[in-house]
Design a protein around this ligand. Structure first.
Ligand code: GLN
Length: 494
């Protein structure tokens, strides 16, 4: 077996047994990147010198007796997480040459754990999108079918893991951007509860919604990476000071007697039949493992999309005001006055989706419209949260599809923002309600991966891992890989 195909867990065993060094492992993954990334285009920047230096350091730490679970494991980082000395573009022309002066806490924690940075991954500009086609640089392809999208906005991170170009990756999820791409490329993606992982150094999109989390090949790997990321950080006032459990203890494989809710509103007309069938079969699978399944209603589900698309753009319009040509990134040449500087910098630096969000958000917040839009949306957000509170009083987890469709063709939705927004219809509520959610592979629809979404109450990540692990152990989906053979890669290039 080639080392680049290892899970975090199996790589760790090989490293610990001395069968492999981190430098060998990292070299294997870098070679893989050089072989396939011309076609997949998961990375915006590969950092081989950084990777090999960090790998050598990890080997040294191991020789000194360190056995941390991520020690020496190479990973990819979404290009919205700040890395001192390494460009952090957010997929935007605005920050094409921006080099942060400090590390994000999430990156610092992974480094403390000994993980090895391979590079920064492609994404929709400022994480706004569901296909990675809003990147200012280039789209990323789905490793299962190079003519299709990998989902978004963490599409580069998801594709890197699916194509064996990283053992795990880090994404961010404001409305679904970890779970939806995980679903579309057939891997595990976990969005932690708001407050579980520090947002310090994460470039802000929707500050009340953003979270950083893992994209991995297995549920066990998600538990290991989350364990390294989670925890209180004095540098992020919204991070919550609750103890971090040892998430590995959740991996019992047992779901007998666990109460699983299936919300009626998440099986809708217009869903891809193959997706609905795979998810229904997965729910039957949980029942045969001994879980108790019950149908429930989350009656305010229909308001999630309009609510999210008021609140997220409102927060984005405020957060993106800082790109003024003075403080960060791009600065328009030879301005005639300060207004010309602001106007031209923002016109040249932002792509059309980002501009659309800024306009929507500014409108929703402006005097005279605030009550009708922003305030209404906040009220609807409370109702959506109460729906879940009611269900979690009686159930341990909620299960549903992650996405209503499997991966769609590149270009199919770029000119239709509403169609693109609908890709997140099943993931948005988790963010609005401050919950946690995970997507695990649960089959295929016409040869393309389908994800089962498991939703838990605030700080209920261990429950997600428990259910996800039991399901994974009983099914073959996580062992299946796209056949990204050299021949196919060449065809895709020609
Ligand atoms: N697709 C959603 C949006 O465009 C969610 C993005 C995200 O989670 N970052 O806003």
């Amino acid at each position: 077996m080639e080392p680049y195909t290892f899970t975090v867990q199996s790589a760790q065993a090989a490293l610990q047994a001395g069968r492999l060094s981190s430098v060998d492992l990292t070299t294997s993954v870098l070679d893989r990147i050089y072989r396939v990334d011309n076609s997949v285009r998961a990375y915006l920047a590969v950092t081989p010198e950084v990777a090999l230096e960090q790998a050598a350091e990890a080997d040294k730490r191991r020789a000194e007796g360190d056995t941390s679970p991520l020690l020496g494991i190479p990973f990819a980082l979404k290009d919205i997480v700040s890395t001192a000395g390494i460009t952090t573009t957010c997929g935007s022309r605005m920050l094409a040459e921006y080099v942060p002066p400090y590390d994000a806490t999430a990156y610092r924690r992974l480094r403390t754990a000994g993980a090895v940075l391979l590079g920064k991954t492609n994404m929709d500009e400022f994480a706004m999108g569901s296909s990675t086609e809003n990147s200012a640089f280039f789209p990323t392809a789905n490793p299962w079918d190079l003519s299709r999208v990998p989902g978004g906005s963490s599409g580069g991170s998801a594709a890197a893991v699916a194509a064996d170009e990283a053992l795990f990756a880090i994404g961010t999820d404001t409305g679904g951007s970890i779970r939806q791409p995980a679903s579309l490329v057939g891997i595990v993606g976990l969005r932690p509860t708001y407050g579980r992982v520090s947002r310090y150094g994460l470039v802000a999109f929707g500050s009340s919604l953003d979270q950083i989390g893992p994209l991995t090949r297995t549920v066990t790997d998600a538990a290991l990476v989350l364990g390294a990321l989670a925890g209180y950080d004095a540098l992020d006032s919204t991070s919550v000071d609750v103890p971090v459990p040892d998430y590995r203890r959740a991996l019992s494989g047992d779901v007998r007697g666990l109460r699983v809710a299936v919300p009626r509103e998440y099986f809708v007309d217009g869903m891809e039949p193959g997706v609905a069938a795979a998810v229904r079969a997965a729910i039957d699978g949980l029942a045969s493992l001994g879980a108790e399944i019950g149908e429930v209603s989350l009656p305010h589900t229909e308001y999630a999309l309009p609510t999210y698309y008021l609140i997220a753009p409102a927060e984005a319009s405020a957060n993106l005001a800082r790109y003024d040509g003075v403080r960060f990134g791009l600065s328009a040449e030879q301005p005639i006055d300060v207004w010309d500087l602001f106007r031209r910098t923002r016109d040249e630096g932002f792509g059309s989706e980002v501009k659309r969000r800024i306009m929507l958000g500014t409108y929703a917040l402006s005097a005279g419209y605030y009550d009708a839009y922003y305030r209404k949306a906040q009220q609807a957000r409370t109702l959506i949260k109460r729906d879940f509170d009611r269900v979690f009083a009686e159930y341990d987890v909620v299960v549903a599809p992650t996405s209503p469709v499997a991966a769609f063709p590149l270009g199919a939705r770029v000119d239709d923002p509403l169609q693109m927004y609908l890709a997140d219809i099943f993931t948005l509520s988790v963010n609005l309600a401050g919950l946690c959610g995970m997507s695990v592979p649960c089959g295929f629809s016409d040869g393309l991966p389908v994800g089962l979404q498991i939703i838990g109450p605030a700080f209920g990540e261990a429950k997600l891992l428990q259910v996800g692990y039991a399901y994974e152990q009983a099914t073959p989906w996580h062992t299946m890989k796209p056949s990204l053979t050299a021949a196919e890669v060449e065809t895709a290039e020609s």
